[in-house]
Design a protein around this ligand. Structure first.
Ligand code: IMP
Length: 461
């Protein structure tokens, strides 16, 4: 392993007297994830000079379908399929290096050019012991003796077990955290791993794993072996992005996970450990928020959730089963069946407000074809109080009973529609209702998994 040449240190810093472009686009999920962000980003990314991930890790699962092939992405930004676009993993992402290499190798084998991937040297690494700790904590939370007598026990969070929580916690605790840049500094890497393993062995951190998982020398060897594969991608993405902004090159920020899983604003504690909204872009990518011209909120035409936590509109009946089957609602990352239910507009409007969305994309509308009627949640009843506010605290939300508006269903197959005019009247009524309730224009409608099965509304994004 060699030291990083740090070639970029000889590049000039961007000229700060030039204005930054304000044409950047944020694409964020407004529900509990899996809204179809990957498809939208893939479609619009050729218009942007870089697609930037700023949060999360390999817990995210985006799938992109084109030419009849499905590509599953976890860490690699969806812009990887566009030749002129850089795919950037920013400092706020927690990177599992083994999983990233797997993903790059799979994409390369499928003929995708991965040389455009740039990985921030400040991103933190998810280590094997973080994944073990994640799984151990979840198992512990599921044990009967943790269930308590008060009824306040939460049980497991239902994480993806990708080590996300422990890796972000390690970052916040600092001393034993390992960053991607450390892969190119063997002495630092060795020392950090030594501290991490020592802390974990002495502390009572929950890791139900064989002793070799805390063998610092072994981990050092494993990371040293893969470091050369990541080295060509490592760079100071902060200067890279600022140079692009001053050169007038618009960037696209790809949110991972989704708003209701945000660590600060989501349905705590059933959330992920990062800032998943557009609010997280500044810190996670290292750019000023004023570069954003548009924020597109991605909304599935119904609701899904994986993992535990309240979901007021969940359907545990035939309709829910039908949506799951029609929408192929099984996790991209874990394969788990997703919980399905009616569209929750109280939640979507809250998420839209937080992100400051300027447009909505309604995804998977075709999945609702054939249902006699479509319900949308417009308010909750919580302890006999009617409210149209979203209480993100799980302990309040769990008592929320949905109050529905019922709209007509549509029977037609809409997958061949290419404009709003091609849609049946009931589908258009559904879209109009969403737009009216949320107060933000619909800019995109997806009516099938393929790139081409899309309707763009109102000009380029
Ligand atoms: P973690 O991010 O693996 O810690 O999982 C925390 C919660 O977020 C769990 O309920 C996961 O199922 C959920 N989650 C994390 N990432 C995604 C995603 O990309 N889509 C849907 N759910 C997710």
């Amino acid at each position: 392993m060699t030291h990083h040449p740090r070639a970029h240190l000889s590049d000039p810093a961007p000229d700060l007297t030039r204005p930054i472009t304000t044409d950047c686009l944020a694409v964020v999920g407004l529900q509990w994830g899996d809204e179809g962000k990957g498809k939208v980003i893939d479609r619009v990314s050729p218009r942007y000079d870089a697609v930037v991930r700023y949060n999360g890790g390999a817990n995210a699962g985006h799938s992109v379908v084109f030419d009849g092939k499905r590509h599953a992405l976890h860490l690699v930004p969806s812009g990887i399929f566009s030749e002129r676009t850089r795919a950037v993993i920013g400092p706020g992402v927690c990177v599992d290096p083994f999983s990233l290499i797997d993903e790059l190798e799979r994409l390369a084998a499928a003929g995708v050019n991965v040389s455009n991937l740039v990985l921030s040297d400040r991103a933190h690494l998810v280590m094997p012991y973080h994944k073990q700790e994640d799984a151990s904590r979840e198992a512990r939370l599921d044990e009967p003796d943790q269930q308590g007598k008060s009824g306040a026990s939460q049980g497991a969070i239902g994480t993806t077990r990708r080590g996300i929580g422990p890796a972000y916690a390690e970052k916040a605790m600092r001393a034993a955290a390992v960053r991607t840049g450390d892969l190119l500094r063997p002495e630092v890497l060795r020392e950090r791993l030594r501290i991490a393993c020592d802390f974990k062995k002495r502390g009572n951190t929950l890791i139900d794993a064989p002793p070799e998982s805390l063998d610092a020398d072994r981990l050092f060897d494993q990371l040293s072996a893969i470091a050369p594969k990541l080295q060509p991608h490592l760079d100071d993405t902060t200067y890279l992005l600022h140079t692009m902004l001053r050169d007038g090159k618009p960037l696209l920020f790809e949110g991972a996970n989704a708003t209701l899983l945000d660590v600060d604003h989501g349905t705590f504690p059933f959330v992920t450990s990062s800032s998943t909204t557009a609010l997280g872009i500044s810190s996670g990518a290292g750019v000023p928020g004023r570069c954003l011209g548009q924020t597109l909120g991605i909304v599935k035409a119904y609701s899904t959730r994986v993992g535990a936590g309240p979901m007021p509109t969940e359907l545990k009946d035939d309709t829910g089963e039908r949506i799951r089957k029609n929408g192929n609602e099984f996790g991209t990352t874990t394969g788990r069946p997703r919980r399905c239910g009616w569209l929750d507009l109280v939640a979507v409007r809250y998420a839209s407000m937080l992100n400051g969305t300027t447009g909505l994309a309604i995804m998977l509308l075709d999945v609702l074809a054939g249902l006699d009627e479509l319900k949308v949640c417009v308010a909750y009843e919580i302890d006999t109080l009617r409210t149209d506010r979203f209480p993100p605290d799980a302990y309040d939300l769990v008592r929320a009973k949905p109050i529905y508006e019922t709209l007509p269903g549509f029977a037609e197959d809409i997958t061949a529609a290419r404009s709003l005019d091609d849609l049946p009247a009931a589908a258009r009524t559904y879209l109009d209702f969403i737009e009216g309730y949320v107060g933000v224009p619909i800019r995109f409608v997806s009516i099938g998994p393929d790139r081409e099965q899309s309707i763009e509304v109102g000009g380029a994004m």
